[in-house]
Design a protein around this ligand. Structure first.
Ligand code: ZN
Length: 212
């Protein structure tokens, strides 16, 4: 982030900086998290007089504040639904929606693309909402399986569609950087509701997905 580079060296967190994305109410929490991160760095024997590490604990604390935003009160995106006046009864799909999340088990990123579809009943939503719903559930310590389920459950709850389906394809850095080390491996998860339990409906989903 260019903003960090412009920041003069100093360990205190300026109010104006955290006022942006984080909000002033979070400043005390960010400071507490920063002090714990600093303790970890010290425990690991890192040289905190190295100017590259000097403010790292503060950057990490601010980054967590942003990455775990989905857990905060009021973070749930407002979802306005509209009456399905056209009586559209086919599949609506938004595919290749990028997302970034953090693995609950290791606190390192997993990221990829989501494909979200539903078949409307009485209500429809704006397609741009899919990305915001995905983001809301991605911005927290997360498991891919749970993320997939949470997105499809949200759609079911808010829209009561005839059916909904979510497929997520993701790379997990905890798999690629450590342990079994399988660079490039894709983990695919899916969750279905309602009409998508029928094979032809799922096939239509996959058909739309394959189309370039
Ligand atoms: Zn992990």
């Amino acid at each position: 982030m260019s903003r960090d580079e412009e920041t003069p060296v100093g360990t205190e967190i300026r109010a104006e900086e955290s006022a942006g994305a984080a909000g002033n109410g979070n400043q005390a929490q960010i400071e507490r998290v920063a002090s714990h991160v600093r303790a970890i760095l010290v425990e690991l024997g890192l040289d905190l007089t190295d100017h590259n590490l000097h403010d790292t604990h503060i950057r990490v604390a601010k980054m967590y504040d942003e990455m775990f935003h989905g857990l905060k009160e009021g973070a749930e995106p407002p979802v306005t639904t509209f009456p399905n006046d056209e009586e559209y009864s086919h599949m609506v799909m938004e595919r290749d929606i990028p997302f970034y999340s953090m693995c609950s088990h290791h606190l390192v990123p997993f990221y990829g693309r989501a494909h979200i579809a539903y078949i409307p009943a009485d209500r429809i939503i704006g397609l741009s909402k899919f990305a915001r719903i995905l983001d809301y559930y991605a911005k927290r310590p997360q498991l891919q399986e749970r993320l997939t389920e949470q997105v499809v459950s949200f759609l079911e709850e808010k829209l009561h569609p005839l059916g909904a389906m979510v497929v997520i394809e993701a790379r997990h850095l905890c798999v690629e950087m450590r342990g079994v080390k399988k660079p490039g491996a894709l983990t695919v998860t899916s969750a279905i509701r309602g009409a998508f339990h029928q094979r032809p409906v799922r096939e239509e989903f996959l058909d739309l997905l394959r189309r370039s």
